[in-house]
Design a protein around this ligand. Structure first.
Ligand code: EPU
Length: 418
């Protein structure tokens, strides 16, 4: 399967932002905590959701999809907290089962998760936090096993506000004895979404949205299954805005939420994109060549590392020179080689990339190295003369709900080819 992109101009119309991958997968993981039927709405139709369903079914839950945007997960209590490596390896978010399974069942065995191929993705913060709460770990290169006689609340100061570690410690703390404090917690909107579902389920969590979460443990019998709608995906929203930036035009990004992406929107505005937040979305327009900016990735509320490939692609065709600094994943510049095949002028120096904007890119054959970089190559293709053919698009399908269909509906010349 490939995605074929032709140079496109003047996008117009409306695009609906789908639910967030990095929220729904975590919401799915906490359904192991309480028996009952969960109904999750605004589910993105992406491959990672299907993989997470497979994983939940492998440990004993049932997962139905009455339609592609709805999930019904049934926890009837028959859970074996042993997750098979061959599924876990396909999805990074499987690590989110560690905290809930351990706290609910006292033991867990999980293959070590795969996910994106942009460098080391350690879990030492997850392990140290859970150990401080009373877990014992036995790790091999391909498996993490943990047991506990009962988790106890404690104060954990994260050396870095890791999204995954915050989520695992938070979900483990829901059933731990006493009070857990997570200091320097990550505070991405997707974590707030997880907290909101857990609170509905009966968890006692305070400080939601701040970098200090306080969780007072409850009993398993205090928790219940709930219905919950996933928040919209800020990275997919950012992708459609980037598309308007490179192809120009006027588009309404329905369901885009300015309060979840404030810093990015400020930078987009500096580049010359007009973004007017409205109650139900973002009115986006751009009529001129983008201007270069410098930016650095940081934990929320900073510019997310997941936005970076889009910004680098935009800088490739902007007026002037921009510097991108990656502070989270030093190896996350692999896709730059692909952009350079299209004529981008980029120099990498450690965790910085210097991008000199060129008038136009030239379409050629490129490979999607991961979800976000793959989508950025599709967007860059809109600004390239000739035909850009992107292969390995299964990466994009892991996290994007019909990127091609949504862009095509805005007038972009993009299609899939098998
Ligand atoms: N880190 C550690 N030790 C740990 C955990 C993390 O050193 O125990 C370091 C990592 O090496 C990295 C940094 O902390 O340098 C950030 O990692 P974090 O734990 O915050 O990321 P994550 O939970 O593994 C999530 C998203 C990523 C996104 C990052 C950063 C999911 C499933 N993944 O990963 O999203 O890039 O947060 O915002 O939520 C994507 O969606 O394409 C994607 C890769």
């Amino acid at each position: 399967m490939q995605i074929v992109v032709e140079r496109s101009e003047n996008l117009s119309g409306e695009v609906q932002v789908p639910g967030a991958k990095n929220s729904v997968l975590k919401l799915m993981a906490v359904t192991v905590l309480a028996e009952g039927t969960y109904r999750i709405g605004n589910v993105p139709d992406i491959a990672d959701v299907a993989t997470m369903c497979e994983l939940l079914e492998a440990i004993g839950l049932r997962c139905h999809r009455p339609n592609p945007h709805q999930l019904e997960i049934v926890n009837s209590g028959n859970i074996r907290p042993v997750a098979p490596f061959e599924i876990v390896d396909r999805i990074r978010a499987s690590i989110n089962l560690l905290g809930p399974l351990l706290s609910r069942f006292g033991s867990v065995s999980l293959g070590l998760p795969g996910g994106d191929d942009f460098g080391d993705r350690p879990i030492d913060l997850h392990v140290a936090g859970l150990t401080a709460m009373g877990a014992t770990f036995d790790m091999t290169p391909t498996e993490v096993r943990a047991t506990t006689k009962g988790l106890r609340g404690t104060e954990i100061v994260l050396r870095f506000p890791s999204v995954g570690a915050t989520e695992n410690l938070l979900t483990a703390a829901v059933l731990a004895e006493g009070e857990t404090i997570i200091d320097n917690a990550a505070r991405e909107p997707e974590i707030n979404d997880l907290c909101s579902m857990l609170i509905d389920m009966g968890a006692d969590i305070r400080g939601v949205g701040t970098d200090r979460l306080t969780i007072v443990g409850v009993q398993p019998s205090d928790l219940r299954a709930v219905d919950h709608d996933v928040i919209n995906d800020r990275v997919q929203a950012a992708t459609y805005i980037a598309a308007v930036g490179v192809a120009k035009g006027e588009v309404f990004v329905r369901g885009g939420r300015a309060e979840h992406m404030e810093m990015l929107l400020n930078r987009y505005a500096e580049m010359g994109i007009s973004i007017i937040p409205q109650s139900d979305g973002l009115r986006v327009s751009c009529g001129r060549r983008l201007r270069a900016i410098d930016f650095a990735t940081l934990p929320y509320p900073g510019i997310a590392t997941d936005y970076k490939p889009l910004l680098v692609g935009m800088l490739a065709v902007a007026e002037g020179t921009g510097v991108a600094t990656e502070n989270l994943y030093p190896g996350r510049f692999r896709y730059v080689d692909e952009l350079m095949k299209m004529g981008a002028d980029v120099r990498i120096d450690g965790h910085h990339a210097v991008i000199r904007g060129v008038e136009k890119l030239t379409g050629t054959e490129v490979v999607a190295p991961d979800i976000r970089a793959g989508a950025a190559l599709v967007v860059a293709g809109l600004a390239a003369t000739g035909t850009t053919t992107i292969s390995q698009v299964h990466h994009i399908d892991r996290g994007y709900d019909d990127l091609v269909g949504r862009l095509a509906a805005l007038g972009a010349r993009v299609s899939r080819r098998s």
